[in-house]
Design a binder for this molecule. Structure first.
Ligand code: SAM
Length: 333
């Protein structure tokens, strides 16, 4: 690290960046994006590959050691493999991972691994074909299952499967997902539904608190942190007796993990967001456009880090405050 490490005004060290490389997605998951959404950024507003590499180099010099590439769906961005290859060569990064819906992973997993990607998180909310299609509106379950297979074969390890749980939609599949960890070496993480964007989907009735999700996932034995898969962030891990993989839980709402939050998000157009729930960010693109030097960009990044709020307000939003006005794909999930 060359510059001072990033810290917020509460003393939390920021060493993790979620990097959105596009706001577009090839699915329209019911809780994520309205089916008719047409407010995607014009391509000319997206950060270019050169912009992304330059910014990641700035962040890395300030102690960001982990990058998760996300979106939208990062695999729909043309040139994603080359971009990963360039990012993987940035000095100072320890880990480069990617979040995907898995639809295009079968074709790209090998090249991504060769390009230097460390591992993938794959979002998958149902193991039932028809339900999967209903939840994603356009997706085919078989494509995602083939993507998971391809990721395992390519050695993108550990492979994590993120399952957003919504009552009355997929809560009856919690046990099926935990059983999956017995047959293949994947790490299933159950995630509480969050009130993000005006999708009309989130409601207290659909929200399933972590305690109920955990009850449905039983029997599970606690795993000592030394055995947790790498990059565990806010998840807590357990194992089904004898299983190859693990089961993790991420309680975005019911057990606030903000006190240990170490991350910021960069949107596809260059807004640096201090928190998933933030309504305002710091626009880094104008500096890139006028050719600002690294120290100037890094000063703005450090200032943005200091604006990180103590905690998000999603619990309040779930109880009557309006949902965050941005969709997940606009912030970088
Ligand atoms: N397309 C990639 C993917 O599917 O992983 C990356 C972007 S996607 C927005 C990132 C994650 O956000 C997905 O796991 C998705 O399920 C999750 N997500 C989106 N809206 C959510 C919500 N309202 N509550 C909880 N998770 C949500």
């Amino acid at each position: 690290m060359r510059g001072a490490p990033l810290r917020d005004s509460f003393g939390r060290r920021i060493d993790y960046l979620r990097l959105s490389v596009t706001d577009r997605c090839n699915l329209r998951c019911v809780y994520c994006l309205p089916v008719s959404f047409s407010g995607f950024l014009p391509v000319s507003e997206l950060l270019s590959a050169d912009d992304l590499v330059e910014l990641v180099s700035c962040f890395a010099e300030q102690g960001i050691s982990k990058i998760r590439v996300t979106g939208g769906e990062p695999l729909v961005r043309p040139g994603i493999v080359d971009l990963i290859a360039r990012l993987s060569r940035v000095w100072g990064l320890r880990e480069l991972s990617l979040s995907t819906n898995g639809v295009l992973l079968r074709e790209q997993a090998r090249d991504l691994a060769k390009a230097g990607l460390s591992r993938v998180n794959i979002s998958l909310d149902s193991l039932k074909s028809e339900r999967f299609q209903r939840m994603t509106r356009f997706g085919r379950l078989e494509d995602v299952l083939a993507g998971i297979d391809a990721a395992l074969t390519a050695g993108l390890s550990p492979v994590k499967i993120n399952v957003v749980v919504a009552k009355g939609f997929n809560d009856d599949e919690i046990a099926d997902f935990t059983r999956l960890t017995a047959s293949i070496p994947v790490h299933v993480r159950f995630i509480e539904l969050m009130p993000m964007g005006e999708t009309g989907f989130f409601s207290e009735e659909r929200w399933m608190p972590l305690s109920q999700i955990m009850d449905r996932a039983a029997p599970l034995e606690p795993l000592p942190p030394a055995c947790w898969p790498s990059g565990h962030g806010p998840a807590r891990y357990f194992r089904r007796p004898g299983a190859q993989g693990t089961v993790g839980f991420i309680a975005a709402l019911s057990c606030g993990f903000c006190s240990s939050c170490n991350r910021m998000r960069l949107t596809a157009k260059g807004m640096l967001m201090p928190c998933l729930d933030a309504s305002e960010g710091t626009d880094l693109r104008p500096l890139l456009r006028r050719g600002a030097d690294r120290p100037e960009i890094q000063r703005l990044i450090a200032e943005a880090a200091r604006k990180k709020p103590r905690r998000h307000s999603m619990l309040e939003r779930s109880r009557g405050l309006p949902a965050n006005s941005r969709f997940m794909c606009q912030i970088g999930g």
